[in-house]
Design a binder for this molecule. Structure first.
Ligand SMILES: [Zn+2]
Length: 430
């Protein structure tokens, strides 16, 4: 089989991998880039109003023949590792007849994003892939394995063709709430791997302050016990491990966890996966209604949930009264200034910043400081740190290790004896 990484050999985001034989071509991941050609943050506004040929010409959409809806289809299937936009965000451009395999969790989260977020990913044919069950597509057979990652229900893929075996790690880590999956993989790795295509996000990102979710939970408890005003929780509502950490911290610190309708919806639709995901009607959980969220949900078949969430609704007056007993999920968007205005007295408010620090803008930090709002960073990465990457590569012991999803591919040279750093679009025969 041939491996072609269309994008991702030297960057994080926009992953697109093609595997082909004489008869069959499959694509693994099809994400939106996180950086542009100048290595600056990719602005999704450049996508607006552009046709597929224009986006291909600009080098934004990968140059994969037979993938897009304006072409004669020649791609047999697409496999999506997880529900982060830098892995699935370009699905809206693909040919509608191509089956797109993904986990049930990813499919539900894409559905939730389509309801609440401005970027819609629709028009593709989703097929749910079961873990540890082989899927045959032409010359390939593909087996999905669940991995520990900040993206919920994330997968790695074992891809075989004839006697050749490739393992695509997707994004993964060994320090999340599902770290047992990492241990299991290390102790019982897939054998006879010819090529391991492995992520390396953490190279170049510096040392982590918090080792794992337990560390995060402990730090949050400590902080919440000493609060004198409301604490905001800046986190992705799709980072389910982190929501669980925050909820557990709230229980221990006698704090009300205020979630919004969007977060309540996500936890509800993923509730069938695990009994441990906090729900809107659980102890210490309340729901804050924002009009935009309610309006979005009201347009869908899930509109009855609004009445359910309403039983646990918290109004601004109650938030004001109980401010020092509240942890409220919010983000650095238009809702934040609105909340500040309605709450008054900002002194001694705090923000638990639970996202990658690269997203924290100087201007925002300055504004908070002026208002007396402290920002405390409590975060651990969704990606494996160097020592775990090394352990992973050693356990799988592939004939060749190929870096992907990294700005520092040369760091891989210290991980394994046979590392092949590819260029984007280079054809590599396995
Ligand atoms: Zn990811």
């Amino acid at each position: 089989m041939n491996l072609i990484i269309h994008r991702g050999t030297k960057e994080i985001g926009g992953s697109c991998v093609e595997l082909k034989t004489a008869k069959t071509r499959i694509i693994v991941d099809l994400g939106i880039p996180l950086v542009d050609i100048k290595k600056e943050r990719f602005n999704t506004k450049v996508l607006e109003g552009k046709t597929i040929p224009q986006l291909k010409k600009l080098g934004i959409l990968p140059q994969v023949k037979g993938l897009y809806r304006n072409e004669k289809r020649s791609i047999d299937a697409i496999f999506i590792s997880h529900c982060h936009l830098d892995h699935y965000g370009f699905l809206r451009y693909v040919h509608p007849d191509i089956p797109v395999y993904m986990s049930q969790g990813s499919s539900r989260l894409i559905e939730a994003s389509n309801i609440f977020l401005p970027q819609k990913t629709t028009g593709f044919k989703a097929v749910i892939i079961e873990k540890r069950k082989k899927v045959k597509v032409g010359d390939f057979s593909i087996t999905a394995c669940l991995v520990d990652h900040s993206g919920f229900d994330a997968l790695a893929f074992l891809i075989q063709s004839g006697k050749k075996r490739l393992f695509y790690s997707g994004d993964f880590r060994g320090h999340g709430r599902k770290s047992a999956l990492f241990e299991r993989m290390i102790n019982n790795p897939p054998r006879d791997i010819d090529c391991l295509v492995m992520e390396g996000t953490m190279f170049g990102r510096g040392k982590q302050k918090f080792k794992n979710e337990t560390d995060i939970e402990k730090k949050m408890v400590k902080m919440l016990r000493n609060k004198k005003n409301i604490t905001f929780f800046f986190s992705s509502s799709q980072n389910i491990d982190r929501l669980v950490s925050a909820y557990r911290a709230c229980l221990q610190a006698d704090t009300i966890f205020v979630i919004d309708v969007y977060t309540a919806f996500i936890l509800h639709i993923l509730g069938s996966f695990s009994k441990h995901l906090p729900q809107y009607n659980w102890k210490n959980v309340r729901v804050k209604f924002f009009k935009s969220h309610v309006d979005s949900l009201a347009k869908t078949e899930h509109k009855d949930l609004i009445y359910k969430f309403n039983t646990e609704k918290i109004e601004i007056e109650e938030i004001k009264q109980k401010r020092e007993k509240i942890l409220m999920i919010l983000r650095d968007n238009s809702l934040f200034p609105i909340m500040l205005k309605s709450l008054g007295k900002t002194v001694e408010m705090a923000i638990i910043y639970s996202m990658w620090e690269g997203y924290l803008k100087d201007e925002f930090v300055r504004n908070c400081k002026e208002k007396g709002i402290s920002i405390i960073q409590i975060h651990t990465a969704g990606h494996a740190i160097g020592k775990d990457l090394k352990q992973f590569a050693a356990a799988l012991n592939p004939k060749t290790l190929v870096p992907i999803h990294t700005f520092e591919p040369q760091e891989f040279l210290g991980l394994h004896k046979n590392v092949k750093i590819l260029r984007d679009k280079e054809v590599f025969e396995i």
